[in-house]
Write a protein that binds this ligand. Structure first.
Ligand SMILES: Cc1ncc(COP(=O)(O)O)c(C=O)c1O
Length: 445
């Protein structure tokens, strides 16, 4: 197999066969490769010399923009100083610093951070924490986990079990036992073209009462939802919905987990969705924007009561039999600290909040374009839903994706929904460019 230098790889394609790509049509890609070889700020550059405006922040993760010099420098310095240190029984200073800074950003009462390497690992970790928490408290019958239809919680067995996307589940057997699902909150006939949180649908949270009545509260460990569901096509919580879920969980002693993997770090115009919506969960999963996508890292943030519950037994005992070789990896921790420096030092979270009105107006200007059946948005998350081509679901959105790509803009599709989650550094003119590319694509299809 030919070896390629880094320089060559900026402009030349390597042999494409051996790499089995994730969540990708491998055969189609290998015949029609779109290869990004470098990136800077709002832009990605391809091996064939194209410049692309990134309206998705990588995959909802590069919130500070690509290759931010401060983050790059921190990673370089860390790599030279401490490449790795044993994650169990030994520590290194950066990861403690990062934990302190994250819990400072989280809503009051969230005081601990457990590090992992991805959103999927964060979800499986949070589910295990919930189960173990009840067991330690002598409530061992609380083993059921409640997710939600159309939920996306990554691809671990825990995540697909509580998740609610059938293509992600159907091939993989029986999954975790004892899981039930809330109804999703997406309803275009009631909420089409909502600006911000939709008015209709808070009552859908009350379905949790029915699930509780069916199984009995004494069997339920936790409920997990995304404050705003991203990967299933930007599904917004109706006004009051999250608060109602919180109240029902409180009433029945059920832990509430917010999967904030997409909603964190400015995406909703605040530190986390929990801050913005004024609802504090018991556990929060985070990843993606934590390092602005530079080094894989995730975490579970936990309330003090949960941490304290684990801190029993002899001082030398391991309290939670869980962790990963790369939990709190030095490079990720350094990237995380530098990323927080950028978000806070450069005011990017406030910037996102300041841009949301412009972003909303720009997206909603697509109402009335061919085949658009809904536009929805919150913070710097937006979606344009399209009428599917009969018998060819996803085909229409994929065509718009391709046309936008050819016009120099990266957008994301999920089903027949176009999704937008730009880096928080996006300029107003770039928002216009994204929307006008989509408009042109819609009008020519
Ligand atoms: C809400 C949510 N949870 C979990 C995940 C999984 O994260 P990862 O792909 O890092 O495992 C994602 C990824 O998009 C997500 O959106």
């Amino acid at each position: 197999m030919a070896e390629n230098t880094a320089r060559q790889l900026e402009t030349e394609l390597p042999d494409l066969e051996a790499y089995w790509m994730p969540f990708t049509g491998n055969r189609y890609f290998k015949q029609n490769p779109r290869m990004i070889s470098r990136a800077q700020g709002m832009y990605c550059y391809t091996t064939d010399g194209k410049r692309l405006l990134d309206a998705v922040a990588g995959l909802w993760c590069c919130n500070a923009g690509h290759c931010h010099p401060r983050i790059v420098e921190a990673i370089k310095q860390q790599a030279e100083t401490l490449d790795y240190s044993m994650a169990f029984q030994l520590g290194h200073p950066r990861v403690f610093e990062l934990a302190n800074r994250l819990v400072d950003m989280a809503p009051e009462g969230i005081d601990y951070a457990f590090f992992v390497n991805s959103g999927s690992e964060a979800v499986d970790t949070a589910l295990k924490m919930a189960l173990a928490y009840h067991r330690i408290r002598g409530d061992a019958a609380r083993t059921r986990l409640i997710g939600r239809e159309k939920g996306y919680h990554g691809v671990g067995f825990g995540g697909i079990s509580v998740g609610g996307l059938s293509p992600n589940r159907k091939m993989f057997g029986a999954m975790l036992p004892g899981v039930d699902h809330l109804p999703h909150t997406h309803n275009i006939s009631e909420n089409a073209y909502s600006r911000g949180l939709p008015e209709w649908g808070a009552h859908l949270a009350d379905e949790l009462e029915n699930i509780v009545a069916l199984h009995d509260p004494s069997t339920i460990a936790a409920v997990i939802v995304e404050p705003i569901a991203g990967s299933a096509g930007v599904l917004l919580p109706p006004q009051g919905y999250l608060q109602r879920l919180r109240n029902i969980c409180n009433k029945h002693g059920i832990l509430l987990i917010f999967d904030e993997v997409i909603c964190g770090f400015g995406r909703t115009g605040d530190n986390f969705g929990a801050n913005r919506f004024g609802v504090t969960p018991d556990l929060m999963t985070i990843a993606k924007g934590l390092t602005s996508g530079t080094v894989p890292m995730g975490a579970v943030l936990a309330k003090k009561d949960i941490y304290d519950t684990f801190m029993t037994g002899p001082d030398t005992a391991i309290e939670f039999f869980h962790g990963y070789t790369y939990s709190g990896h030095p490079l990720a921790a350094a990237a995380g600290c530098a990323t927080l420096d950028v978000y806070l030092g450069e005011g990017l979270i406030d910037r996102a909040r300041g841009l949301e009105g412009k972003f909303e107006d720009a997206l909603h200007s697509l109402k009335g374009e061919p085949n658009v059946i809904d536009v929805r948005n919150f913070g710097l998350i937006g979606a344009v839903e399209l009428e599917p081509i009969e018998g060819q679901p996803t085909a229409r959105a994929m065509q718009i994706f391709r046309d936008c790509y050819d016009a120099g803009v990266i957008i994301r599709t999920t089903g027949d929904t176009l999704a937008f989650s730009p880096p928080l550094i996006i300029e107003e003119a770039q928002i216009e460019q994204v929307v006008e590319s989509v408009r042109t694509a819609l009008q020519s299809n």
